[in-house]
Design a protein around this ligand. Structure first.
Ligand SMILES: [Mg+2]
Length: 255
């Protein structure tokens, strides 16, 4: 039996750019999503006189699914059938897409009202990387990436943001396809081998492996270190601050 040849991962100190996933890597956005779903379904289910919405519903029917699929699964669990509608439906339309769009409005409202802070360790890692002269980009499937970055106060750190809107506009396949990460690398004029992918989801580290990036860092926020490694992470940490000392050293001014 032959084992496939594996590339030697690049050292963090030798790379040129860091390409960060957003939700779960830079910001704890999952909490904001959970609260937004609750804001949507608590009054909706109450008005329909069915079993009330609980956090268990989130994990059973919604978590990890595309938004409209999550709406449909939750409604099915309560025996409510709605027409699918279209993504252009207004947030108050009583369709699956309408409800999904309402959830998005609740997400933005949650951000406005309560804000979101970057993970402190991620912020320190990011700041050190920028000081060391590395290029940094955000590569996220979310259509809300820019508003999340702005709310977290770190939008101005990122000259390149490849988010769900850019992907749709440019016809880029989503993770685990490497296309969105490759697009970000290309915007810096760099090859995949010169860039690092930083991800918390198995589909994300897989995108890093599929694109043959120089190094794939898995941040374990619950996916599990073994799962992240199996899907392509070269290194797994629970806090990006653990990798700060491995970044290139900032250029020392000699003037
Ligand atoms: Mg993520």
């Amino acid at each position: 039996m032959t084992t496939p040849t594996r590339r030697t991962p690049a050292r963090l100190a030798d790379t040129r750019a860091l390409l960060f996933d957003l939700d779960g890597v830079l910001t704890p956005t999952a909490d904001v999503h959970m609260r937004a779903w609750s804001r949507l379904f608590t009054p909706y289910l109450e008005a329909h006189g069915v079993a009330p919405y609980t956090q268990a519903d989130y994990f059973a029917f919604i978590d990890g699914k595309p938004r409209y699929d999550g709406v449909r699964s939750l409604l099915e669990s309560r025996g409510i059938e709605l027409p699918l509608g279209t993504p252009d439906d207004a947030p108050d339309d009583d369709t699956v897409c309408g409800l999904g769009n309402r959830k998005n409005a609740e997400f933005t409202a949650e951000l406005d009202e309560h804000g979101v802070e970057p993970y402190p360790g991620s912020l320190r890692f990011l700041t050190t990387a920028i000081e060391a002269g590395l290029h940094v980009a955000v590569v996220s499937s979310s259509a809300n990436a820019v508003v999340v970055l702005r709310t977290a106060g770190i939008l101005d750190r990122f000259p390149v943001v490849v988010d769900g809107l850019v992907a749709r506009q440019d016809g880029l396949a989503g993770k685990p396809a490497p296309d969105t990460y490759l697009d970000a690398a290309g915007r810096f004029g760099l090859t995949a081998a010169e860039c690092v992918v930083v991800e918390d989801a198995t589909s994300g580290v897989e995108a890093g492996r599929n694109g043959a990036f120089g190094l794939v860092i898995g941040v374990d926020r619950g996916a599990g270190a073994d799962a992240l490694r199996e899907h392509g992470a070269d290194v797994v940490v629970t806090d990006l601050a653990d990798l700060i000392t491995e970044l290139p050293q900032p250029a020392v001014s000699t003037t």
